[in-house]
Design a protein around this ligand. Structure first.
Ligand code: KIV
Ligand code: NA
Length: 277
């Protein structure tokens, strides 16, 4: 079934949980689409997972479009959301609309854009949704503000902060967002927001109380290096499998057991006689 804003909204109404993963390339997106993943996020986390930066700040709008269109081409049924990168929307609602418009024009098949920020970004969200482009907001721990937070930390732990996160959630709904990502928000607050809002809440490190969940795919496949955050679960150890396959390949090339005649177009060996025959 082709997922749309309407079908996703209906899932929330019916109490059906929504599964989202990040994705950044055609091959992986095709597998997710075939597996029935409801939503993909082409996250600006690609600055870290695909480009090796320490945070998401260096990612450009042009880059988001290149990765985004690769993913969108693969998706028959999965709903594709593309992140707006740092400084592609913060300056003004006009800048935000222009950037969102470029994403939708240049990544055909994308269904929505996502931006970070709550009440302060409400004018941007309104400008984009008024132009007919669905918006996912992102509040709580917003990685583009990592330097203001002083690190990647849980947001809304104390009362003042919790009230601010709640007000942000209400503001983005009011501004027209159809979903909101809650990143590293305490369970009670995530539950309260999910209950209060009509729009879809997408949790990451925000408990099972949200309407949807999202994970970075390299994290959930066990491909990321280093220690994973507490909220990550490995659903497979693909990283280990890849390493073993790469090492097996190297050994087979070295000992000559690959390629065999089975992987060769015509009968061959590497002897001088064969060369002269
Ligand atoms: O860029 C990203 O992957 C994200 C998710 C972690 C929500 O914004
Ligand atoms: Na992001």
């Amino acid at each position: 079934m082709k997922q749309t804003v309407a079908t996703l909204r209906k899932m929330k109404e019916e109490g059906k949980k929504i599964a989202q993963l990040t994705c950044y390339d055609y091959t992986t997106a095709r597998l997710m689409d075939e597996a029935g993943i409801d939503m993909i996020l082409v996250g600006d986390s690609l600055g870290m997972t695909m480009q090796g930066y320490n945070d998401t700040l260096p990612v450009t709008l042009d880059e988001m479009i290149v990765y985004g269109r690769s993913v969108a081409r693969a998706c028959q049924n999965t709903f594709v959301v593309i992140d707006m990168p740092f400084m592609s929307y913060q300056i003004s609602p006009a800048q935000a609309l222009e950037s969102a418009g470029r994403i939708m024009k240049e990544a055909p098949g994308a269904g929505a854009v996502k931006l970070e920020g709550g009440a302060l970004m409400a004018p941007q969200i309104k400008a984009i949704t008024d132009a007919g482009i669905p918006v996912v907001a992102h509040i709580g721990m917003t990685p583009q503000s990592v330097n203001a937070f002083g690190g990647f930390k849980v947001q809304g732990k104390d009362e003042v902060n919790a009230e601010r996160v709640l007000q942000d959630a209400l503001a983005v709904q009011e501004a027209g967002a159809f979903a909101v990502t809650l990143e590293c928000v305490p369970p009670k607050l995530a539950a309260l927001i999910s209950k209060k809002l009509d729009i879809i809440t997408i949790g990451i490190g925000a408990s099972s109380c949200c309407d949807a969940q999202v994970l970075v795919y390299q994290d959930m496949l066990g491909m990321a290096s280093g220690v994973s955050p507490k909220f990550v679960k490995h659903f497979a150890e693909i990283g280990q499998q890849m390493k073993e396959a790469f090492a097996d390949y190297k050994a087979a090339v070295q000992d000559g057991s690959f390629p065999t005649p089975e992987q060769t177009y015509a009968k061959s060996d590497c002897s001088d006689e064969f060369l002269q025959s």
